[in-house]
Write a protein that binds this ligand. Structure first.
Ligand SMILES: [Zn+2]
Length: 177
């Protein structure tokens, strides 16, 4: 008999270390993804990236969910992580959150934020409801990030998420003014 399981269940099965914990002896996964099917690829990529970055460290997702039209992702680690591991996980999370902001949560096509009577949803033209939420010119997908370059003193950088590359690219902050 072929067992039918959802993509979320399949993902958790193949990455149990990142998801499953025990509560009174019963396994459960607080980080079970709760989002539209359009973000499936984003979540799978996130989990692959975190799996590679975390390697043998006890890292676990505590939340992957759709909130205010974007993915909200939280994770925890049982032990202190080397700085480069923590940064790699944070980068994977930032990429997934940035991808969700410009991807339709229903079908995965390019999308933008809409407000439907106060309910925020990221959607393509076909799945849009309500009115588009406009971003100030130049600020679409722009992120101000703090980076630590071989020092403990953070420097501010401005990056923009490139949906085609699925990567951040540097932006001159002056260009946003
Ligand atoms: Zn769509």
């Amino acid at each position: 008999m072929v067992e039918l399981i959802s993509w979320e269940q399949a993902l958790i099965r193949s990455h149990q270390k990142l998801f499953v914990r025990s509560f009174h002896g019963a396994p459960f996964a607080p980080g079970f993804p709760k989002c539209g099917p359009g973000w499936r690829r984003i979540v799978i990529k996130l989990v692959d990236r975190v799996s590679n970055a975390a390697a043998d460290y006890p890292v676990r997702f505590v939340q992957i969910s759709e909130k205010w039209g974007r993915l909200e992702i939280y994770w925890t680690a049982k032990v202190g992580l080397p700085q480069e591991v923590e940064h790699a996980i944070d980068e994977a999370v930032a990429l997934a959150e940035a991808a969700s902001v410009c991807t339709c949560s229903s079908c995965g096509a390019e999308g933008q934020l809409f407000s439907d009577y106060g309910c925020l949803v990221t959607a393509c033209v076909d799945h849009a409801r309500g009115t588009p939420v406009l971003t100030p010119l130049g600020f679409a997908n722009a992120h101000i990030v703090r980076e630590y370059v071989e020092t403990d003193i953070p420097i501010a950088r401005c990056r923009r998420y490139d949906r085609t590359l699925d990567a951040f690219v540097d932006v001159d902050p002056e260009a946003l003014l």
